[in-house]
Design a binder for this molecule. Structure first.
Ligand code: NAD
Length: 335
């Protein structure tokens, strides 16, 4: 069994912990947090050993009556791999801790690409991360775009990608985020950082991205145009995308008109936390005009990177190839 430690137990970390625990070949050694709160209470409730991430604040756990198993250093020392799910920028600061104990680490998309030896998306470049010590799972949006672009490149060739990302203002738990009543070009400059980030996965890809922020918390929405090198039939592209295990082609018969109904569908299906690990791509939106492909896809920012983190652990430890890892992860989670 691979012993996996999770440093940072927030939106991403708590989901990765549960996903790792569900795998047949992995155990969660423990999770680290900076302070006691409802998520720390839940970590204990779920039976995870809780480690204090900051020594100076460790006393806060005892004062709140939350039992800890030690300091984060001990977690790092006893883990085969650490998944760092701390806030953007903290992962880079933590790299020296992982190096000190010679523990390979998986970082998140909020970090700059140079935090790691390789940026990772299981569908697109799993093999690049095999045996690497420091791997960065790309952001929720980059994950969603990479999953879509990989099969299009392989099957038709891609001349140019143009995408507008309509992004949620904050996650549901981020009470201080906005906008509340506005629509922001964000960033105002073009391209947004997402295009260059996708190029960390496909270095030779021609891609322009535009970003916006809207008063929503549930999901992001991508409006996608890809100029292909071949002239495909729309039904063929739709079938190709439907074959991808981490793309759900949302059928017209479901009557799902937006992200609210997608999330409701996830909850109705008993998905943990209402998570949608797959890209949700509207089948009716799949359009081919000459060599131009168009679609809308929604991305659940809180969960689409979760299976990718699990696969990154297997890639680092070279314990499975891409197809085996993705199949095992999907099977364990119910994707
Ligand atoms: P979060 O704020 O929900 O969780 C971060 C957790 O780390 C919190 O529990 C916080 O207390 C803890 N923490 C803070 N400092 C720490 C430290 N020094 N050591 C250990 N733990 C510490 O953040 P998140 O949304 O889970 O984001 C984590 C990473 O994942 C970021 O890089 C982010 O960009 C990326 N990401 C986030 C989303 C998203 O939509 N939330 C999607 C994809 C990727």
């Amino acid at each position: 069994m691979l012993r996996v430690g999770i440093n940072g137990y927030g939106t991403i970390g708590k989901r990765v912990a549960d996903a790792v625990r569900a795998q047949p070949d992995m155990d969660v050694v423990g999770v680290a947090k900076t302070r006691p709160n409802y998520e720390a209470e839940q970590a204990v409730e779920r039976g995870y050993d809780l480690y204090a991430a900051v020594e100076d604040r460790a006393h806060q756990f005892a004062e709140a009556g939350v039992e800890t198993a030690g300091l984060v250093d001990e977690l790092v020392a006893t883990s085969d791999v650490v998944v760092d799910a701390t806030p953007s920028g903290v992962g880079a600061q933590n790299r020296s801790l992982y190096e000190e104990y010679d523990t390979p680490a998986v970082y998140q998309g909020g970090e700059d690409a140079d935090v790691a030896d390789v940026s990772f998306n299981a569908r697109s470049n799993y093999a690049d991360a095999e045996g690497a010590d420091h791997v960065r799972v790309v952001s929720c949006n980059t994950t969603g775009l990479s999953r879509l672009i990989a099969p299009l490149r392989e099957t038709y060739g891609v001349e140019k990608v143009r995408t507008t990302l309509v992004r949620r203002g904050g996650d549901p738990s981020q009470t201080g985020r906005g906008p509340i009543n506005d629509i922001l070009p964000n960033p105002i400059t073009i391209p947004s950082h997402h295009g260059p980030d996708v190029q960390t996965i496909f270095p030779d890809l021609d891609i322009d991205t535009l970003g916006m922020k809207v008063p929503a918390t549930l999901m992001h929405m991508h409006s996608v145009n890809v100029t292909l090198e071949a002239e495909p039939d729309a039904d063929e592209v739709r079938d190709l995308l439907a074959e991808q295990s981490r793309i759900t082609v949302v059928d017209e018969s479901l009557g799902i008109e937006g992200t609210g109904q997608l999330k409701e569908w996830a909850l109705d299906r008993g998905r943990p936390r209402g998570d949608l690990w797959e890209n949700c791509l509207w089948g009716e939106s799949v359009t081919a005009e000459g060599r131009d492909f168009y679609c809308f896809q929604a991305i659940h920012q809180e969960s689409d990177v979760v299976p990718e983190n699990v696969d990154a652990v297997r890639a680092i430890t070279e314990s499975a190839d891409a197809a085996e890892s993705v199949a095992t992860t999907n099977d364990a989670l119910g994707i």
